[in-house]
Design a protein around this ligand. Structure first.
Ligand code: FAD
Length: 173
């Protein structure tokens, strides 16, 4: 069976051990690279249902389903939620110790983030744009700009940083 010509070109990211990296690719790309789903099947309308289907509970449990490990999208969304929520709880006027801890945390985060090529870019961003940790407002703006840097890399529109507090701290009304 020949494959349709208009299948999207997929660029698969590999781990150091030469295997496809789950947390660096989308779930669909990862499944295509590991042969769990064919490119043709991936184009079908059932593909997204297939990929999000949770079929079973883990053995011995009626509570925990067999959920797959996170792909790059789920990992990213959860991580930004954590980073912005952490920023929203940062003190308005942090003492020097708290400022140092936040800098250390962001440096370490940029080294251990589980998508290694995302981590390398983020570490470079931190090197060139030192985290602004002297107040909550400054850190909020910095985090928003860091997120916008990734948005731009992925071809997404910028988020208006004037609204970071409504989005992550105060709500809209
Ligand atoms: P997300 O970008 O995850 O954003 C979640 C929500 O945050 C949005 O719905 C919006 O309400 C809000 N938001 C958006 N922008 C901002 C902002 N600037 N400030 C405040 N709030 C905002 N993915 C890759 O494919 N390649 C990468 O190199 C890569 N690098 C990453 C580096 C880091 C440090 C992190 C945490 C994630 C990275 N990701 C990367 C994942 C990527 O940024 C997204 O999380 C993922 O694509 C899912 O996007 P999303 O559209 O759900 O929204």
């Amino acid at each position: 069976m020949t494959e349709p010509k208009d299948l999207p070109k997929r660029k698969i990211i590999y781990d150091e051990d030469g295997k496809p990296c789950r947390s660096c690719n989308t779930l669909l790309d990862f499944q295509m690279a590991t042969g769990k789903v064919s490119p043709v099947a991936a184009m079908s309308p059932m593909a997204s249902a297939f990929n999000t289907a949770v079929t079973d509970f883990i053995p011995g449990s009626r509570t925990y389903r067999k959920v797959d490990p996170p792909d790059v999208t789920e990992l990213g969304r959860s991580s930004w939620t954590f980073l912005h929520a952490m920023t929203a709880k940062y003190p308005e006027k942090p003492n020097l110790n708290q400022q140092g801890e936040m800098k250390d945390f962001l440096n370490i985060f940029s080294k251990v983030y589980p998508c290694h090529w995302c981590a390398m870019d983020f570490a470079k961003y931190i090197e060139n744009h030192s985290p602004k940790v002297e107040s909550r407002d400054e850190l909020g703006q910095w985090m928003c700009e860091a997120h916008n840097h990734v948005n731009a890399k992925l071809g997404k529109p910028k988020f208006d940083c004037n609204f970071w507090k409504q989005r992550w701290k105060d709500g809209w009304e």
